[in-house]
Design a protein around this ligand. Structure first.
Ligand SMILES: C[S@@+](CC[C@H](N)C(=O)[O-])C[C@H]1O[C@@H](n2cnc3c(N)ncnc32)[C@H](O)[C@@H]1O
Length: 226
């Protein structure tokens, strides 16, 4: 709902249904997969402080708080809205700049880029109402307390992922080793340019390519428990 670079908004529904009650999004971003199954025990991890701030805000806010987000002028600046908390500014900053890694500080409300409309705010307030049980941790995936769960793993991509805040030197090989220690349903995302994903594969692990998609998605089942 909130635009973000690499977001899985349009792809999320094509991934397998979660088979566990707990969904752990190890690289949450805007958590588009979990949004589809919001009633599950959703646990989010992300090293980006602003992303986690947005989730904490949406979890804690009342629907009225969200609905009270201001209408902004066609061309506006964040500094004109001093009464907003930082998460509210970040929400608007992302919504007026589709697909960025950082929220914009100058707000240009144009038809092509901006999805900051009353309709989206209403949907955001509905989401906020439904996710009071979600947990969010502003920590690396390496701190995740492991359990059998559905893991949605959408890391910075090998090609292009360096643009995320603090991700210039993301270590995909380390991620491979971590993935191998997980139990449950494990869904890993990458695109065709990646090489590390090949190391996640093994003959024992069935892999399914999502047909018709530009992105290759590997569905990895390990110690699969229903
Ligand atoms: C591809 S985006 C996730 C997009 C998300 N699936 C969505 O639908 O919006 C990758 C995210 O991983 C986060 N990230 C990068 N390194 C991380 C780490 N070590 N642990 C947890 N999150 C990390 C980035 O901040 C970024 O938000």
């Amino acid at each position: 709902m909130i635009p973000y670079f690499g977001s899985k908004k349009s792809l999320a529904k094509l991934y397998p249904l979660p088979v566990h009650d707990t969904i752990i999004e190890a690289f949450s971003g805007m958590a588009n997969y979990s949004q589809l199954y919001y009633e599950r025990n959703v646990v989010l991890y992300d090293i980006n402080r602003q992303i986690c701030g947005i989730w904490r805000y949406l979890i804690d806010a009342s629907p009225k708080d969200v609905l009270s987000l201001p209408k902004v002028k066609q061309i506006d600046r964040i500094d004109n809205y001093k009464s907003l908390c930082s998460a509210e500014r970040d929400i608007i900053g992302f919504m007026v700049s589709r697909g960025n890694v950082r929220p914009s500080r100058s707000w240009k409300i144009t038809k092509s880029h901006c999805i900051y409309t009353q309709n989206t705010i209403k949907r955001l307030s509905e989401l906020s109402r439904n996710i009071k049980h979600w947990k969010v941790y502003n920590e690396s995936y390496t701190s995740i307390e492991k359990q059998t769960a559905t893991y949605f793993i959408d890391p910075p991509y090998q090609s292009g992922g360096r643009w995320y805040v603090g991700c210039k030197h993301f270590d995909h090989e380390k991620l491979v080793e971590w993935i191998k220690t997980l139990t449950g349903q494990i869904i890993v995302c990458e695109n065709t340019a990646s090489t590390w994903i090949n190391n996640v594969r093994s003959k024992k692990i069935p892999i399914r390519k999502m047909i018709g998609q530009k992105h290759i998605t590997f569905e990895v089942y390990k110690h699969y428990i229903i």
